[in-house]
Write a protein that binds this ligand. Structure first.
Ligand SMILES: [Ca+2]
Ligand SMILES: [Ca+2]
Ligand SMILES: [Ca+2]
Ligand SMILES: [Ca+2]
Length: 422
C-alpha cells in the first residue's frame, strides 16, 4: 500500500524537475470576419511592442495594433488593397530599426512596403517582377512564386531575398494522326536572389532553374499541384549565406529531392555544387541557430542547422566546412505542416521551434540540439495555429520582453502570450 501511495508523488516531482517548460496564456482570439490567409508580426513604431499583419480573404494587407501590456488589440486597419497579396513576410529591409513588409501575388511579382515610422502608414508598394533567365520545358508556361526567405547573400550588411517559384508548362505530341494527342505537363523549380541596394530597393534578376522537375502525361494521371519552399542559412559555416530548396507535390512519381545550393558570397549560388539532403518531397525547410541569436531573420553568418520537415517527421542536419554530413537527427512525430520561426521561448539559451498545422500545431521546447540520437519531441505545447497557407509568427505583443506566438486559423487570429518565468 505504501508503494502505491508513493507513485503519484514520484510522478509530480519528476515533472517539476523539468527545467525546459514553457507557459502560455489561453488563446486570445481576434475574430476578423474574414479568412486569415497569412500572418506576420513586427516592430513598426516607436516603443517595445510588436503589431500584427495579416492578409484577408480579399487579398488585402491588414494591420492590428497591440495595446501592449493590456494584451488587447485595436480594430483592423487596411494597409493596402492596391495588389492581390497572397502571403506576407515581415523584415527590416532598410536597416532603420523598423520592420517592413514583403509580399507576393499569385504570379511572379514581389511587393515591398516600407514602414514610414508613422505608426499606421507604409510607403510603397515597390513592385518587382521576376522573369525567367533560363527557358522552361514545353510552352504556355506560367510562373508562381511559392516562397521567399531572407539573408545577406553578398555580405554587404543588407538583407537580400531568396525567391522560389514554380514554372508550369506543357507540350503536345505523340499523336501521329491516330487518336488524341498526348499532353505532357511539367513543373519546374526556379529561383532568384534579389539583392538589396542598401536602402531597401531590390534587383530582380531573371530566375534560374533549381534543377527540380516533376512531369507527367495527360491530366488524369498528373494533377499539377507542385509547390516549393526555400530557406536561407550558412549551413557549412564558411560565413557565406546558402539557400536550401524543397518541393511538395501530389504526384506519386518524380518527387524531387531537396537540395542546398552553396552561396558563393557575391549574391549567387553554386548550382553545380548542390548538396542533396537525401530526402524527397517536403513540407518545409528552415535554418536554425541552436544557440542564437534568436532573430526572426538570420542576419548573422553563424553556422546554421538545416531543418527538413517531412510528412510525419523532421530532420536536423549539420554539415562540416566541406559539405560532409556530420549528423542527421530524426525529430519524430512532428506536425505535417510548415515550421515557423525559431526563438527561445523559455530563456534557456536554446532554440525552440513552432510547427504550424491547424489544431496539431505545437511549440517545441527543451530540444537538446547537441544530442544527435533520433527521438521524439517530448516537451511540447499544443496550439491552434494556421489554416490553408498556414503561417504563424513570433513577436512581443505585450512588451514584457518575452516572445509570444500568433497564427491565423479560419477567421481568427490566435494570440498566445508567453507567461514563462525567467
Ligand atoms: Ca525598415
Ligand atoms: Ca546583401
Ligand atoms: Ca555557406
Ligand atoms: Ca529554449
Amino acid at each position: 500500500m505504501a508503494i502505491l501511495c508513493l507513485v503519484p508523488f514520484a510522478y509530480v516531482s519528476q515533472s517539476h524537475a523539468q527545467s525546459s517548460s514553457v507557459s502560455f496564456s489561453d488563446v486570445d482570439k481576434n475574430g476578423e470576419n474574414t479568412d486569415v490567409n497569412s500572418v506576420g508580426a513586427g516592430r513598426f513604431r516607436q516603443g517595445n511592442v510588436d503589431d500584427l499583419i495579416y492578409i484577408d480573404e480579399d487579398e488585402r494587407l491588414q494591420m492590428r495594433q497591440s495595446t501592449g501590456s493590456a494584451r488587447s488589440w485595436q480594430s483592423s486597419y487596411q494597409i493596402s488593397d492596391q495588389y492581390s497579396y497572397k502571403k506576407v513576410w515581415v523584415v527590416d529591409v532598410n536597416n532603420d530599426g523598423f520592420d517592413d513588409l514583403v509580399s507576393v501575388n499569385n504570379g511572379n511579382q514581389v511587393y515591398v512596403l516600407m514602414a514610414s515610422k508613422n505608426q499606421w502608414f507604409f510607403n510603397g508598394p515597390a513592385v518587382y517582377t521576376f522573369g525567367l533567365s533560363e527557358g522552361a520545358k514545353g510552352s504556355s508556361s506560367s510562373t508562381v512564386i511559392n516562397d521567399m526567405d531572407f539573408g545577406d547573400f553578398n555580405g554587404d550588411g543588407s538583407v537580400d531575398i531568396a525567391v522560389l517559384a514554380t514554372v508550369s508548362s506543357s507540350s503536345v505530341g505523340g499523336s501521329g494522326g491516330e487518336g488524341p494527342a498526348n499532353v505532357t505537363y511539367y513543373n519546374q523549380g526556379y529561383y532568384s536572389i534579389a539583392l538589396n541596394n542598401g536602402a531597401g530597393g531590390f534587383s530582380a534578376p531573371g530566375m534560374k532553374q533549381t534543377g527540380s522537375l516533376s512531369q507527367g502525361t495527360n491530366a488524369f494521371i498528373f494533377t499539377a499541384f507542385f509547390s516549393g519552399r526555400v530557406t536561407a542559412g550558412d549551413f557549412n559555416g564558411d560565413s557565406k549565406m546558402d539557400a536550401a530548396f524543397c518541393y511538395h507535390t501530389n504526384s506519386s512519381f518524380s518527387v524531387p529531392y531537396s537540395y542546398i545550393f552553396p552561396g558563393v558570397g557575391d549574391g549567387s549560388l553554386d548550382f553545380n555544387a548542390a548538396v542533396s539532403s537525401g530526402h524527397r518531397g517536403c513540407q518545409d525547410v528552415t535554418a536554425v541557430l541552436p544557440n542564437g541569436p534568436f532573430e526572426n531573420v538570420i542576419t548573422s553568418t553563424k553556422q546554421a542547422t538545416f531543418i527538413f520537415v517531412d510528412n510525419s517527421d523532421s530532420y536536423a542536419q549539420v554539415y562540416d566546412g566541406q559539405w560532409n554530413l556530420k549528423s542527421e537527427t530524426k525529430m519524430e512525430n512532428t506536425p505535417r505542416g510548415p515550421v515557423g520561426p525559431f526563438t527561445d521561448f523559455n530563456f534557456d539559451g536554446s532554440a525552440d521551434m513552432v510547427f504550424t498545422n491547424g489544431k496539431s500545431s505545437l511549440v517545441m521546447v527543451g530540444w537538446n540540439w547537441a544530442d544527435t540520437s533520433d527521438r521524439k519531441i517530448t516537451n511540447k505545447t499544443s496550439m491552434i495555429l494556421g489554416t490553408d497557407i498556414q503561417t504563424s509568427d513570433v513577436g512581443d505583443f505585450d512588451g514584457d520582453g518575452k516572445p509570444d506566438v500568433i497564427g491565423g486559423y479560419d477567421e481568427d487570429i490566435n494570440v498566445y502570450y508567453n507567461n514563462t518565468a525567467e
